[in-house]
Design a protein around this ligand. Structure first.
Ligand SMILES: [Fe+2]
Ligand SMILES: [Fe+2]
Length: 295
């Protein structure tokens, strides 16, 4: 005899299938464009500029984005750059890597069907602002791993790009819980979807073969103190994320940032004045790359 399933059993099965589906979607994401690893290896070998140019120009979309970004004050210079070769010269190794990384990452934030479009654009803007903040912060703190911090900050919310595909369930969660942020959002995601955007992001970054410390920072950007060995990257991603969210009026109202009361900010000796100065720098930098972000 076939037993009828209880309401709880149906719910459990629904969540099990939903989680399976979410994990399958993460698996289906295309690989991170390997132009990043190719350029990085050429730069390490101090290869001639022609070789770097050849690798980048193979991908016209990335080439166009590299050219556009190299004309922004934050990455390059404000004057016109007329060729890819000139852009490579103007940028220098570290900025070139940031520009290539950002150009490649934009694909994953701007490829969704309409409906969640506005959300995707907002998430992309937030991700770049967090990367810009992470870099500015890393330089201010004289941290050696500027590029690694930039990378972790840029991709910290990559898990949300997959969760956004479950627009109905995910948006319902966000709309019915507008005050959710940080740890609250993480536990609500786990309850509703069976997985949170940190864990999913960690999974994606590992699949894309990013360095272990980047993977770990993505997986702990809302709870950096849970990282056992060398929590620097996760802490800086957390700080950058909080600073950027604090600039967004809705976020700031629902989850105000108080650096003096925050253990992670205290660890890096960052007070309210430091945060304000950083926010002013970020506003300037973001204005300079607005044009790129809208394409
Ligand atoms: Fe997040
Ligand atoms: Fe974030």
């Amino acid at each position: 005899m076939i037993r009828q399933m209880s309401c709880n059993e149906v719910k459990a099965l629904h969540y099990e299938l939903l989680l399976k589906d979410i994990l399958a979607s993460a698996e289906k994401l295309p690989p991170f464009p390997d132009v990043v690893w190719k350029v990085m290896s050429l730069l390490r070998k101090t290869a001639p500029v022609q070789e770097i140019e050849q690798v980048i120009q193979y991908d016209p979309v990335i080439t166009a984005r590299v050219l556009m970004l190299s004309q922004s004050a934050f990455y390059g210079r404000k004057t016109r750059v007329s060729s890819l070769r000139e852009a490579i010269f103007v940028l220098g190794n570290q900025k070139l890597m940031q520009v290539v990384l950002t150009s490649c990452a934009s694909r994953f934030f701007q490829s969704r069907p309409s409906g969640s479009d506005g959300d995707e654009r907002e998430l992309w803007y937030h991700s770049v602002a967090t990367a810009v903040t992470g870099e500015t912060l890393a330089r201010q703190l004289k941290h050696k791993k500027v590029l690694t911090i930039y990378t972790a900050c840029l991709l910290h919310d990559i898990g949300k790009t997959v969760l956004n595909q479950y627009a109905k369930v995910y948006l319902h969660l966000r709309v019915t819980n507008p005050k959710l942020d940080g740890k609250g959002l993480i536990s609500a995601e786990r309850k509703t979807l069976g997985i949170d955007h940190q864990e999913l992001g960690e999974l994606i970054a590992r699949r894309w073969q990013f360095p272990k410390e980047v993977v770990e920072a993505i997986g702990h950007h809302h709870n950096p103190l849970a990282v056992k060995h060398d929590a620097d990257l996760a802490m800086l991603a957390y700080i950058a994320d909080r600073i950027v969210n604090d600039m967004d009026k809705d976020h700031a109202e629902t989850n105000p940032l108080d650096p003096e009361e925050d253990q992670v900010f205290a660890h890096w000796k960052l007070d309210g004045e430091d945060v304000e100065k950083l926010q002013n720098k970020i506003i300037d930098a973001m204005e300079g790359i607005q044009h790129f972000l809208n394409h």
